[in-house]
Design a protein. Structure first.
Length: 234
């Protein structure tokens, strides 16, 4: 316990951390595939560390436009409790292989989302659901594509920062209105197709597509709650 306490205290000393970064930079100086930021020691101390700004790649830029479109669709499937459709979205995103038994996975998916949403959608916690999904991966043939692992890490970090600033913050309360607004207002043909697949549902023996007015109404009401500051023309 004493050793753990000493190391924990050491980790909170940014002068020590700055020394570690400097050592890493020296060790990897000849490796063109590794970039270690420069530390500005004159502007650093025990409580703050100042490093070089490095231009990187946004985690969302790692995804294709098709993957982003499917993610928007998946968010609406969550809000409508359409778990078989949600499993299909996971197939399209590469988390499950094509041909997987959707009906066998949907009940487990429903349990996870119901538990994560709690008594209301405001109770949703992204860290909780990632922990539940890690257990689900031992029961079903789930896999996490490399690019999505970076996106999830960024989401977890952003959610944690927002909750520290505002304990009542709910990431799903921000994501749902934004996704709904994008589906309704984005003129991109791929987004139009995703919208049509949500608001139309095959019914009857002939499989005729019928407009689901309740879904349209829910999307519009949710989109009006978007907090991105932009107006929406319907």
């Amino acid at each position: 316990v004493d050793e753990f306490g000493a190391k924990l205290w050491e980790e909170s000393n940014y002068e020590v951390e700055a020394g570690h970064i400097w050592n890493f930079g020296r060790n990897f100086a000849e490796d063109p595939n590794v970039k270690i930021p420069q530390v500005y020691f004159e502007h650093s101390g025990r409580r703050v560390i100042t490093m070089e700004w490095i231009e990187g790649v946004k985690s969302t830029d790692l995804l294709t436009s098709r993957q982003r479109d499917v993610m928007f669709r998946a968010i609406t499937h969550v809000s409508n409790s359409e778990y078989e459709e949600l499993v299909t979205d996971f197939v399209r995103l590469g988390f499950l292989r094509p041909g997987v038994d959707v009906k066998s996975i949907a009940p487990a998916m429903a349990d996870i989302w119901r538990d994560s949403l709690g008594t209301s959608i405001r109770d949703f916690n992204f860290r909780f659901i990632t922990n539940r999904f890690s257990k689900l991966m031992f029961q079903f043939p789930f896999r996490v594509p490399e690019r999505f692992s970076l996106v999830f890490r960024a989401l977890l970090m952003q959610e944690g920062i927002c909750i520290c600033l505002n304990p009542d913050f709910s990431i799903i309360e921000v994501a749902l209105p934004y996704a709904s607004k994008r589906l309704l207002s984005d003129p991109d043909p791929s987004m139009r197709r995703e919208l049509m697949s949500i608001v139309f549902k095959e019914e009857g023996r002939d499989g005729r597509a019928v407009l689901q007015w309740s879904r349209v109404k829910d999307l519009v009401e949710m989109a009006r709650q978007a907090q991105d500051g932009a107006s929406m023309q319907l």
